[in-house]
Design a protein around this ligand. Structure first.
Ligand SMILES: C[S@@+](CC[C@H](N)C(=O)[O-])C[C@H]1O[C@@H](n2cnc3c(N)ncnc32)[C@H](O)[C@@H]1O
Length: 426
């Protein structure tokens, strides 16, 4: 490494995307994995006329907000940037990033009634994990993740974010051998915390070890907690299972359907939406990007009618299965593209008092126009990316006031933040 590229910096604040901010020779320096209060040697890895990008050469030990991260692959794995950082401080950082984004992108202050809801579990909260794996020449199975910004595997016997059930399964695989062929594979593991006996869905993508696929799957199925294991081709035959239970509703799922990964905090999100819907006397709800009905099934008891729209047909089948199994009478879900449907059915959509929207990371940008024509009284916008939310607020604020913003810390030990913004028509 070129020593000229090394500098000592002091981190003063945090940027969107979780990078620490410092200054060096009149340039702003963005440092990955660094937090305010860190004083550290960093290596400059990119340079532009106005800014530098750098990485920590060691994790600073002199910052009282940090303790040593208890993970063997922490330095290399990009998964939890803030492992070992005081949890309250993590949530303060997330709030300050959100304030900054609101000011700079939405050109609207973060409302003073902003509330950040912490995660009931700060470790082992993920109910879904994708592991990269390798079988070595001796038949030993290794599991882990990609090294940050590369496709090189790094291996571990424990993931601090994965649920206990998933970590037990990782232990099980490490205790087994599967001889026959070296090579790499990918495992998607979904934990179903409410299925008490068998609580795991495991999908095997056996890229380099096709010959071992059958043997490997039968080994996986020997684990007593595995409810279903198979290849992506077999996904159509998977029986639905209960992912979650709340307010006497059973939420079924399937390994190919989107689910919120932090089950505990997802309960809070549903509860707050339901309480607000009641307070605001909303009687009809359109749930856009509805997945398998996570946010709207429980509204059945309080609303006259609820409709959900979602592009993934499998998720819509599960949503309608959930309706039937829970004997809900006034809810239906349709498999459609939101933008196309809204453009075509503006009048049909104008009957709803409120619209819930929970789009993917890219936000609702191009779907905003029909939404503004529909103009419901309230919008409940759930977002997993503050920057795209702020961009959309910039357009929405011409027609809507912001009633309240909540942060939900769905992803402790990382810089990510989920938000719920409630808008009221002007
Ligand atoms: C963040 S997830 C939210 C799902 C659900 N609200 C939940 O809480 O589980 C976003 C969902 O949007 C769906 N989606 C993405 N693009 C879409 C589109 N153009 N039209 C309809 N649904 C879409 C995805 O399939 C995914 O299920």
């Amino acid at each position: 490494m070129n020593i000229k590229n090394q500098v000592k910096v002091k981190i003063s604040s945090i940027a969107n995307g979780g990078k620490g901010i410092s200054y060096h020779q009149d340039k702003i320096v963005f440092v990955s994995n660094a937090i305010p209060g860190d004083e550290a040697n960093v290596e400059i890895i990119k340079e532009s006329p106005k800014w530098l990008e750098a990485k920590l050469l060691e994790i600073p030990s002199n910052n009282p907000k940090r303790e040593k991260a208890k993970c063997t692959i922490y330095n290399d794995c990009g998964g939890c940037q803030w492992l070992g950082v005081d949890y309250n401080f993590q949530t303060e950082l997330k709030k300050s990033v959100l304030e900054d984004i609101f000011k700079k992108i939405a050109k609207h202050p973060l409302p003073s009634n902003f509330k950040l809801i912490k995660s009931p579990k700060t470790l082992n909260y993920r109910n879904k994990v994708t592991l990269r794996g390798q079988i070595d020449v001796k038949g030993q199975i290794h599991l882990g993740f990609f090294k940050k910004n590369t496709r090189t595997q790094i291996h571990t016997r424990h993931c601090s974010l994965a649920s206990d059930n998933i970590n037990d399964f990782i232990d099980f695989l490490y205790s087994q051998k599967i001889k026959g062929k070296e090579g790499k594979f990918r495992l998607e593991i979904r934990d179903l915390p409410y299925e008490k006996k068998q609580n795991l869905f495991v999908t095997l993508h056996a890229v380099e070890i096709k010959e071992l696929e059958k043997k490997f799957l039968s080994l996986i199925k020997q684990n007593k907690n595995v409810l279903w294991a198979g290849t992506p081709k077999e996904l159509n035959e998977v029986p639905l299972a209960i992912q979650d239970k709340q307010s006497q509703i059973n939420y079924h799922t399937h390994p190919a359907a989107f689910e919120q990964i932090n089950t505990g905090l997802n309960h809070e999100l549903r509860t707050i939406i339901k309480t607000k819907i009641l307070d605001l006397k909303v009687t009809s709800v359109l749930d856009l990007y509805c997945g398998s009905g996570n946010l709207s099934l429980a509204l059945s008891n309080f609303c006259k009618f609820v409709v959900g729209l979602e592009v993934n047909k499998k998720s819509v089948d599960i949503a309608n299965f959930n309706v039937k199994k829970n004997r809900l009478k006034n809810i239906s879900y349709k498999a459609v593209n939101v933008k196309k449907y809204l453009e075509k059915e503006i009048e049909k959509c104008q009957i709803f008092d409120a619209i819930i929207l929970d789009p993917p990371r890219k936000g609702i940008k191009e779907d905003l126009l029909p939404l503004l024509k529909i103009a419901p009284k309230y919008l409940f916008y759930v977002s997993c990316d503050p920057a795209t939310l702020a961009r959309d607020i910039k357009t929405l604020k011409t027609h809507y006031d912001i009633d309240q913003v909540y942060g939900f810390d769905f992803f402790p030990q990382t810089y990510h933040l989920e938000t719920l913004t409630i808008f009221k028509k002007k």
